[in-house]
Write a protein that binds this ligand. Structure first.
Ligand code: HEM
Length: 417
């Protein structure tokens, strides 16, 4: 039997979303005692979903589509126009295959090796400095890694500029402010920068190895057997580079967790692979990053007695699902050991989206993220000595993306042995 979905009264709740940030959906889920409810954002009716059962519904590609789902500022800054995130059906599957093709074991090994190379170079340089800000340093390391992996040349004198511009894309996409305008400019400069190298590949004016994403994406044929336009190739290469650099946010939270949970750090001392993995999985579950993801109802349907009307904007709470009491015991406790018996459901642990990689919109870069976090965790926990001076390590769930205020300042950083 049909029933009215719990709904939040009032004309618009966008300001509350800005104020409550990561807690917006959790707060209402608790108030309504429901994993499904309706609210209004930017004058539009919006359905919010949380928890693994609702996540499974959300990732049914018959029921939901991505066309027209991402808010304009997110599309203009974070994703870029024409990117894989907004595609559906055959066009999506074909484009997604282009991404998954550069996530092979060989490619992952290349990214890991490059990360270690740039970590080593950076750690050597830190020995000559009194103090570093970890967030800024990792942004540079990952910018170098991402550019060399994808095949985009990056001069030493360019590292700071490009790292700063990339950082701006994932820090400012949610903001309605001057920095959002700056981020839009940064995006168009980054697209122009990448385009010159796409032209080089296509005109064969520079030798570019065939295994690089730059080469592969530039020659990729779409589902109509046509090359992608230069703009789309640039957007998709930045869909590799930008999120790879954004892993710096997780590395900062990893360093914070090592500091806040010394007992958990102690358990890592054997450097056993599985313990490193449980630790970084718990970092991805516990700390906030991507708040929610968006889709629209493809065709009207009903679920658990509730009507989902065609075209309705629908948000799936990623942070809230990772903290859902129906899916996790003591969700507010940082406990890496919980991953020893995690059921590997594609719907209860979704920091980078859920469902399937090939058919759905689950993050193409999840394996890269896990690898780079493991390398970085091992580096910070076992290859460095450092001290944390007095600083503000707090972060706020009201700010998207959340980040420890100091970016983690480290003093007297020295390599071990
Ligand atoms: C999609 C998070 C790293 C490439 C996504 C989605 C999320 C996400 C939430 C959307 C899922 C959905 O809408 O259902 C993250 C986080 C990362 C990360 C938190 C850690 C920093 C990466 C990396 C890459 C990458 C390293 C590539 C090197 C992509 C791509 C998509 C995507 C291409 C679009 C997939 C599609 O629409 O089919 N990511 N990601 N991400 N991510 Fe990531």
């Amino acid at each position: 039997k049909q029933q009215q979905m719990p709904y939040e009264k009032g004309l618009d709740h966008s300001l509350k979303l800005l104020r409550e940030g990561y807690s917006f959906i959790i707060n209402r889920k608790q108030a309504f005692d429901s994993n499904v409810f309706e609210t209004k954002l930017l004058g539009e009716k919006v359905i919010c979903l949380t928890g693994s059962e609702a996540a499974e519904l959300f990732y049914d590609t018959e029921k939901f589509k991505r066309e027209g789902a991402a808010p304009e500022p997110v599309k203009k800054v974070l994703f870029g126009d024409g990117g894989v995130q907004a595609l559906d059906g055959e066009a999506h599957r074909h484009r997604k295959a282009m991404f998954m093709d550069v996530m092979s074991q060989e490619q992952l090994a290349r990214v890991r090796d490059l990360t270690e190379k740039y970590w080593d170079a950076a750690a050597a340089a830190w020995e000559n400095r009194d103090e570093i800000v970890l967030y800024d340093e990792i942004n540079r390391i990952f910018t170098q890694t991402a550019c060399e992996w994808t095949g985009i040349p990056l001069g030493d004198d360019e590292v700071d500029t490009r790292a700063g511009q990339l950082q701006e894309l994932f820090e400012s996409s949610a903001e309605v402010s001057m920095s959002h305008l700056k981020a839009r400019r940064d995006r168009s400069e980054l697209e122009d920068w990448v385009k010159q190298y796409i032209r080089d590949v296509r005109n064969e004016t520079r030798d570019v190895p065939e295994h690089t994403p730059l080469y592969k994406f530039s020659h990729h044929l779409d589902h109509n057997n046509e090359k992608l336009d230069e703009q789309t190739v640039a957007v998709e290469l930045l869909n590799l580079i930008r999120p790879l650099v954004a892993i710096s946010v997780y590395v900062v939270f990893t360093a914070l967790a090592l500091h806040e949970y010394p007992n958990e750090k102690e358990k890592l001392h054997t450097r056993e692979e599985k313990r490193l993995e449980w630790f970084i999985q718990e970092v991805r579950r516990f700390y906030p990053f991507f708040p929610f993801t968006a889709a629209r109802v493809n065709k009207s349907f009903s679920w658990n007695g509730y009507e989902f009307e065609e075209e309705t904007l629908t948000l799936l709470d990623l942070y809230g699902t990772n903290h859902h009491p129906g899916d996790w015991n003591h969700p507010e406790t940082f406990a890496p050991d919980r991953f020893a018996d995690w059921d590997e459901s594609p719907f209860n642990f979704i920091p980078q989206g859920g469902g399937e990689f090939d058919l759905g919109h689950r993050c193409a870069g999840e394996w890269v993220t896990i690898d780079l976090m493991k390398v970085s965790l091992d580096y910070i926990a076992h290859k460095l000595n450092y001290t944390l001076p007095e600083q503000d390590l707090s972060y706020s769930l009201a700010e998207i993306p959340a980040l420890p205020a100091s970016g983690i300042r480290m003093k007297n950083v020295k390599r071990k042995d």
